[in-house]
Design a protein around this ligand. Sequence first.
Ligand SMILES: [Zn+2]
Length: 447
Amino acid sequence: MWPVLCAIMIQPVTVFPVALTCGSSKPCNLDFLNDTIRELNDILQHGIQYEEFKIHVTLKSIVCDAPARAMVKATKQYSGYYGCDKCTQKGVWYGRLTYQEIDNIVLRTNESFRDQIQEEHHCGVSPFTALPVDLIKSFPIDYMHQACLGVMRRLLLIWIKGKKETRITQRHVEEINKKLLEMQQFVPSNFARKPRSLLEIDRWKATEFRQFLLYTGKLVLKGSLRGDLYAHFMTLSVALCILVSPRLIQMHKGYAHQLLVYFVKRGRELYGNEFLVYNVHSMLHLAEDAGWFGSLDVCAAFPFENYLYKLKKMVRSGKNALSQVVKRIHELENDPGEMKPAKFKKIICTNKPDNTYILDDSSCCEAVALSHQRDDEGNQKILCRVYNRTESAFNDPCDSKIIGVYQINTAKSYMKFIKKSDLKTKAIMVHSRSGRHTKILAILHEF
Ligand SMILES: [Zn+2]
């Protein structure tokens, strides 16, 4: 099934299908996009009339995985010699196509793309050229496919199945698995999945690679992955933590880019030239895209992937899959509960592991009990256990406090009523086996 899905980027994000095609292989041409492009063009130029209101519409981004992006842009695939859709460098063959240039990169522009300045990049004319959009900026790198399912998965596979020099010993893999399973009790229920062992890596979903990349990996790899490989992984992890956070990206976008440049360069030293495949190379373009959109989650495939999963579940038998889906969508329009996004839950939970919050750079708390007390402005007060004097949990590649990772002493706490509105930044609280070193990690991405 090849659906064209649309998301209205107003919270909570709503996803709906605008076109559906079905077949035993990928579409042989782009005709299935024609109606969508025509309609989009009309909407972008004239807006939508709703009763007496005229609603102005802009196209924020077109989100695809790399193969689909090359298809709809009518360009070479990422595995071809001029396949990077952001820069003009020619790939180099090291058993597979890699992109070795890091510092002297010539970026593509909307104009150079439309004029097909680098002929080798193009296979035809993209139907999207009919739209008044920037054909480079409007097609962001999708971090779900490229960072989570791409680079993070690749690193894990190198560590557990790769060359002997950079492989983790069996004993250390078992240690990591044990730590991942212990982590289950600490991961809040906002996360769709609890951590699973690396034995099940072939079944890990994109959200599990994201959870590892942004949060659990930092903790479970420490001491089990070789020091230099761990330091290298941390540069990727910290950079992504910055780029998924709308707040951090404003302050540290440049730093995140420097980290990613270092990640790619150092990756070549540690894992060889063949490490710089397209997904790894695309990390050089990630900060630019994330900065343009405000954070990585604004232009990621996660909400579409969720919807796709629901669409697939609508097919009950192999016959006439398309009509089954269309019928089911119509039914749901009358009973929309299932397809609508979950409403924002601003409920404060007082049970572990859902009750940890960051208050500021030097303190965090656990919500313990709700109270009926309100202050003069009507804010509900929550009884909290406050931990002051938080410390940095690590200092390489930067002070961990920058990305909201702290170490606390749980023996030193006090109770205090805190305004509900001050409990904004939810966090993960992880106790060590000895119970002496408790770590707090701010949840930075959007669910
Ligand atoms: Zn590139």
